[in-house]
Design a binder for this molecule. Structure first.
Ligand code: BTN
Length: 246
């Protein structure tokens, strides 16, 4: 089998604005091997989804970005989110935690966020030139601002974790799921994603700009849109078009 193992080329920085930015500059300036990972102890301008910032206490959490050169076309770009979400979810499940992936890629324990993923892709025609998979995983942080519904491994387990051990475990699973992606095993990736998908097949409340409604998540389509059954129809939603209500 043509196994495409990720290179364990880890670059550790004591401080950086954003590991995603650092990785983007690195790819621009040098030849980077597939799997090169930038880790930092302190990130002072961390980026979150939708233009938000990502705050993380110094030295407490895992903050890193992995540079990938996946051979998928851009239509399947959402599988990168699936792959990264599954690698985090599996790492945390091994620790005995009940983890869920909230579409598109928030990692939750209960209804609190334990990790976030920011994937930035550089496209070239129909192909992905490179992809930067940025991950913030709350490990040993003990307090979070009240307005953020966040948690950490410490808060869930009551014991501190070695950052390096958690990271190595994550990287092992990333390698595994990346290989499934490269082999075109989309069905397997999708079925694993559904096993961990928050509110999958459950009636819950949602809202759009226009209305609030009850819906049941039926899955996601090939391009990553969320498929939701409502009382009388089935609709697809983009990230900006739907909000999860309590
Ligand atoms: C989210 O909003 O949920 C995504 C958060 C992603 C944060 C990580 S931390 C490492 C990498 N570098 C960044 O600037 N952001 C990502």
């Amino acid at each position: 089998m043509n196994y495409k193992r990720l290179s364990a080329n880890f670059i550790s920085l004591s401080s950086v604005d954003s590991t995603n930015n650092y990785a983007a500059n690195l790819v621009k300036e040098t030849n980077v091997v597939n799997g090169t990972t930038i880790l930092t102890k302190r990130q002072y301008s961390g980026k979150g989804q939708r233009g938000n910032s990502w705050l993380s206490e110094d030295e407490k959490n895992l903050i890193f970005s992995v540079v990938l050169f996946p051979s998928i076309t851009f239509e399947r770009v959402f599988y990168l989110n699936i792959m990264a979400s599954l690698a985090i979810a599996k790492t945390l499940k091994d620790l005995g935690l009940a983890v869920k992936v909230k579409w598109p890629n928030d990692i939750l324990i209960g209804d609190k966020k334990v990790a976030g993923i920011l994937i930035e892709n550089q496209l070239q025609g129909q192909l992905i030139k490179h992809s930067i998979v940025g991950i913030g995983l709350n490990v040993n942080q003990k307090e979070f601002p009240k307005e953020i519904k966040a948690t950490s491994l410490f808060l869930e387990m009551g014991v501190e974790q070695e950052l390096e051990i958690v990271f190595n475990q994550f990287f092992k699973y990333l390698d595994f799921y990346y290989d499934l992606l490269e082999q075109g095993n989309y069905k397997v990736l999708l079925s694993r994603y559904y096993e961990s998908l928050y509110r999958y097949q459950q009636w819950s409340r949602y809202s759009t700009n226009e209305t609030e409604f009850f819906g049941k998540i039926k899955g996601i389509d090939e391009t990553g849109l969320l498929i939701v059954q409502t009382e009388n129809t089935v609709k697809k939603f983009d990230l900006k078009e739907i909000a999860f209500l309590r």
